[in-house]
Design a protein around this ligand. Structure first.
Ligand SMILES: [Fe+2]
Length: 509
């Protein structure tokens, strides 16, 4: 019983944990009679039993902005002043461990310079790096000049100012490098997915910017420019200006989604990911990947693995071989937190995109269990959902073990595809709520993961509520590696009514 009570605190919603903390304080005060001590103890046990019950489907309904893109002449897409001024400025991590940054931007009229001037001091720029410029065409669209410049050899935990462009058209920004890769390093990540460029997207972005997040883990589907059949590049440009307010100052770690594929042979465009690959660089070679679409970084106390849902991943493919090697490189003594990003969720109880992640789950889930991943973030479904710790790795087609099971070695799966794009919300959840689903709600928002040290992190999902940020789903996480080293945990079978939920979904699709 004690063990169960302790286990439940590993992923316990904050409000429930507060109840236990209060009770614990009461015990220590010495003013309580044996009866009240017994009552309080019983409440703690009841609490842990309650945690093991079915999940929550939030019934919250909000009045939202319409799911249409912000007009191009809106100030959200303001073009910077000056001839050929750099625009769409964005940064991402440039190496494996956080001592390099890739600075990217677009000059609209001519190539100009690809140099970045940077310094730790406010008095002049004493360093510079030279980047490269590229451009592309897509049907009848011709892009501006896209610059990517790697600046490396940076100091950890240091603010850098940087300047790009020339003379009166130059622009200045800054970023803060992460702390040294260290098991005790505290760090806050934001998680955003399926953002697009509507007023709901703007609400998500502005709320995230108030959150204290230091780096965004972006789980795919960026601009939704592909929904514009003939002039989609214009919406790639507007999105670049839209997100600049944040991504020029802190790195976004990119994951590819289906809206980045842009396979349109009817327009003569049959090279997948063409605009995305030209515009958004990743440090894939630093993790010995052969593709910008899958790679890994280490940042502070986290090892982050980025996967591509839309590239081959079955056994012996390049992505499969790379992930097998990368998981061997994970050192939980240095980076206790193992986080995986992908676009298509493996556990999803929404009618939208139901079962689309099943093929990748069948291939990779066993590795997530073996290596005790902490969290798997995905997007794609335009709603929010958090799972319990579950796995379905025993199923082998013939043994009948077809139900996901509680598994304390498994990660928590979180879908944050609710950034606010023009396709709107996915509000058709399956009923009854499957046992693997802990909390779900069809609203726009973003998440934050506050890593406190090698053992604990606070996780929040923040709903956009008509102009306000509302903390809606909160969990305290206990690290999978450091926790599971204490003791192994028994698995528990989920209830069979999961199957009914699956049938309900099929009939609804
Ligand atoms: Fe998607």
């Amino acid at each position: 019983m004690f063990r169960n009570s302790f286990e439940s605190t590993w992923t316990r919603p904050l409000a429930e944990l507060n109840t236990q903390v209060k009770c614990t304080v009461m015990f220590q005060s010495g003013h309580w009679s044996p009866f009240y001590k017994f009552l309080s103890f019983s409440l703690i046990l009841l609490d842990s039993v309650r945690f093991g019950s079915a999940g929550t489907t939030s019934s919250f309904v909000r009045s939202e902005w319409p799911s249409v893109d912000i007009p191009l002449d809106n100030e959200a897409f303001a073009i910077p002043k000056g001839y050929n001024a750099p625009e769409q400025v964005h940064i991402t991590q440039g190496d494996y461990d956080g001592k390099a940054v890739i600075v990217s931007w677009v000059t609209p009229a001519e190539p100009g310079t690809s140099e970045v001037f940077y310094a730790t001091s406010e008095n002049g720029y004493d360093h510079h790096a030279e980047g490269k410029v590229t451009n592309y065409t897509f049907y009848n669209y011709k892009s501006g000049y896209i610059h990517h410049c790697l600046i490396d050899g940076l100091e950890y935990d240091t603010k850098y100012n940087y300047k790009i462009g020339k003379d009166s058209s130059s622009r200045e920004f800054w970023f803060h490098t992460p702390p040294k890769v260290d098991p005790g390093a505290a760090y806050t990540f934001g998680i955003i997915g399926d953002l697009g460029q509507t007023f709901n997207s703007l609400s998500t972005l502005e709320h995230y910017m108030q959150s204290g997040g230091q780096t965004v883990l972006f789980v795919g589907d960026l601009s939704y420019a592909d929904r514009y059949e003939y002039d989609n590049g214009i919406r790639w440009d507007s999105w670049g200006r839209f997100i600049e307010r944040n991504v020029a100052y802190q790195p976004w770690i990119w994951t590819v989604g289906n809206h980045e594929i842009e396979y349109k042979p009817v327009l003569g465009e049959s090279a997948p990911f063409k605009p995305y690959l030209h515009r958004y660089a990743t440090p894939y070679m630093a993790s010995e990947s052969s593709s910008p679409l899958w790679y890994a970084i280490r940042r502070a106390s986290a090892h982050i693995i980025v996967l591509s849902s839309y590239s081959p991943f079955v056994k012996y493919t390049p992505q499969w071989l790379w992930l097998r090697s990368e998981l061997h490189r994970v050192d939980r003594e240095k980076t206790p937190w193992l986080i995986v990003l992908m676009h298509v969720p493996m556990y999803n109880s929404n009618g939208a995109h139901y079962m689309e992640g099943e093929s990748m789950r069948a291939v990779f889930e066993k590795w997530f269990i073996k290596y005790k991943a902490d969290l798997v973030f995905a997007g794609h479904v335009h709603a929010y959902e958090r799972s319990h710790r579950v796995s379905n790795i025993r199923y082998n087609i013939t043994n009948g073990e077809r139900f996901p099971m509680r598994d304390e070695s498994a990660p928590i799966y979180i879908t944050v595809g609710d950034g606010g794009n023009q396709e709107g919300l996915a509000s058709k959840f399956s009923y009854p709520q499957p046992d693997y689903s802990a909390f779900r709600e069809a609203s726009y928002g973003h998440s934050t993961l506050e890593i406190k040290n090698q053992t604990h992190a606070f996780y929040h999902w923040n709903r956009n509520d008509d102009g306000k940020k509302v903390l809606t789903d909160s969990v305290i996480l206990f690290n999978q590696y450091w926790g599971s080293n204490m003791e192994t945990h028994p698995r528990r079978r989920l209830k069979k009514h999961h199957l009914k939920a699956v049938h309900g979904l099929h009939s609804a699709m």
